[in-house]
Design a protein around this ligand. Sequence first.
Ligand code: NAD
Length: 489
Amino acid sequence: MKPETLTQQVKVNNAKLFIDGEYVDALSGDTFESINPATNQRLALVANGSEQDAKRAIQSAKNAYDSGVWSKMPVEDRSDILCRMADLIMKNVDELAMVETLDVGKPIKESRGFDIPRAASNFRFFAEMSKYMVSEHYDKHNIMSYAKYSPAGVTSLIIPWNLPFMQMTWKASAALAAGNTVVIKPASYTPLSAVMFGDIANEAGLPPGVLNIITGPGSTMGSAMTTDPNVRRISFVGESSTGKTIMKNAAENLIPVSLELGGKSANIVFEDADLDEAVKGSIDAIYRNQGEICLAGSRLLLQESIYDQFMEKFVAAVKQIKIGDPTLEDTDMGALVSKNHLETVEAYVDIGVKEGAKLACGGRRITNIGDGNFYEPTVLYDVNNKWRVAQEEIFGPVLVVIPFKTEDEAVSIANDSQYGLAGVVWTNDIRRAQRVSAAVDSGLLWINCWYIRDLRTPFGGSKASGIGREGGRHSFEFYSEAKTITMKL
Ligand code: NAD
């Protein structure tokens, strides 16, 4: 591989805060570096905001909200602007995809083929849906009651580093479609695609102050975004431990929260499954986005009767994964987001081996691609579900394989977890598919597939994986304030 392909730079405009429709420096003038995970070289300098900057952005969103310029705009006009944002995302798909790939370390074919188009779909979906929302109306004798849904107000959206543009637009499109104004904070590892979004908002005609984007430390800026009494909704995606802090902070002013948190989902393969299909789907479920996906099927539960046969096919398929420069079209797996994260993933593999896991493949850094955070796709097998590698979210390309004998045992292993985000079941027995999908304690469950989303359906997790559901009408309910009006006729 030619080293120059790894040092490709992209011109990143305006790596500043976006407040009240303008790009501005942090009040302190401070900046931090955004690093390319594939080279560990600087991509751009980014404004390092403070609590005061967060307050500025919240005030801008509050002024825009109170003016009614967005919250009282006819829904058809709001929808037109949001559709224009979707069009502009697709018009800029190549540049956005390249920035996302350089900032996150993910393969360009995923950024261009999935993340950015899905971001446009998020906007188009909620823009369209907002025009057709219906509300309840009940008659009882001579009493008529109906519900009126109004925007909630200023909304804080706090985003993680793994799927930054997709996650940001998933939240922002719904909050804006419901008539709110928003303050968005991307993660400090991956702020660049979010920063570019200000230009798109302006070009689409979104009024100033309706969308604000701030960059800087989660501890200070994030805490301002979750305690300020002017904020009326908080939607957070990130680690379960951060989610707890946010909920405590939000309690101070009783701000409603929606939390999409971590996962350690069971991917269960029964002996009657189509094994080739299950191998393909299970590879995707753990190694897509370098394993840095909350929904990852990171615990592979294999029925004992097919254990050896499946492992053989699976490991052969893992060896076909092409790891390399994320900007190249044929790369399947790129670099982990940071050196720190690489070390964490590596430490987990050591812990697993010490706990007694066997290493089927992987388990090493890759150093011949360049100076980036590359790690082999790794399979630990004969794992006990009680071990740390089976209980803790590794959030990298590390799969743990756990054997089971019966359906009941599979369900009990799947549910022996603090998390409850997703589950996957591979079987050709329709009754078993229904029994197991009902019994696994998770917010999402896929049968014979993984990560297929219909944006009308509820999305979210149970237990330590989150609170609340977004998607379709669930998003509109969260981002709105409902009022019941009752009239005696
Ligand atoms: P993180 O919790 O470290 O950070 C997420 C965001 O919160 C960042 O923008 C960060 O700056 C901000 N933040 C940090 N401390 C804060 C505070 N005290 N107050 C307010 N904001 C604060 O998570 P991460 O490492 O960026 O992302 C990885 C995690 O996200 C994994 O656990 C993954 O499972 C989870 N995730 C969940 C979903 C889901 O849909 N359930 C989706 C993607 C990622």
